[in-house]
Design a protein around this ligand. Sequence first.
Ligand code: NAG
Ligand code: NAG
Length: 249
Amino acid sequence: MNLQNYLRSSIIIFILHISSTSGKLPPYIKICSQNDPNIEQCIVDSVMSLQPLLRSGKLVEDYQMPSIEPFTYDDLTIDHGPGFRIELKDLKSWNGSNFEIVNAKVNLEKLTFDFTVTMPNVKMIGKYKMTVKLPLIELSGNGELINLLKNSRMRIKLYASKVEEEGKSFIKFNKANVRFHKGDSQITLTNLFNGDPTLTRIGNQIVNDNQDLFAAEVMPVLEAQFSKIFMEVANKIVENSTFDEIMPP
Ligand SMILES: *[C@@H]1O[C@H](CO)[C@@H](O)[C@H](O)[C@H]1NC(C)=O
Ligand SMILES: *[C@@H]1O[C@H](CO)[C@@H](O)[C@H](O)[C@H]1NC(C)=O
């Protein structure tokens, strides 16, 4: 590299550096003081003020947030051999952004943020393909899945740590644990047993009677997908702000 190029790239790096370390919180973030006796309520209000932006995905100017209306899941396959195979594709859910926070616990020493949210009405639609052998019947089909969920709950626990850079203390989210409780759930599968209407009706009844079995397999995969997105979004929001800017002493 010749001197001129070297100087030019040094200047660019320097400028990028300044703009990334002297940035401020996005204007829509509500500041909560570390000493606020109602810090939990303050954080709840802060998250709720983000709700419209989460819906639109316009959280940060130059960042395309993963859409939550609809929320798009990665395709998934659960394969425990020929007697238990489920594939879900093009799975999306609607109305999850209409959440309410019903509980929040914040621990500023350990930097954990623990929220419980409810979602009154969520609709999931996708394509399924499955063969599942139950004691009395083998369910098989390949069609559309519709899942209506009423009063589902999600518990989201975010684990953060302070990261020192250039003498400043930033906050970084390292892990998110998500537990999804489906609430009152109604599943409809089209084209079970190649679409025979009587068998489809009976098959749907059996699927709904055995929801816990299916949930035990599918939920952990979906929870991992939620964790990834919550971490990404949380880290994005705080990326340019020091801990003291976000939570002044
Ligand atoms: C979304 O949830 C809200 C809150 O429960 C409800 O009023 C609305 O009807 C739901 N919309 C759809 C499309 O289900
Ligand atoms: C942080 O700074 C970078 C570089 O200036 C910018 O692209 C990004 O949008 C900023 N993030 C937020 C949350 O404002």
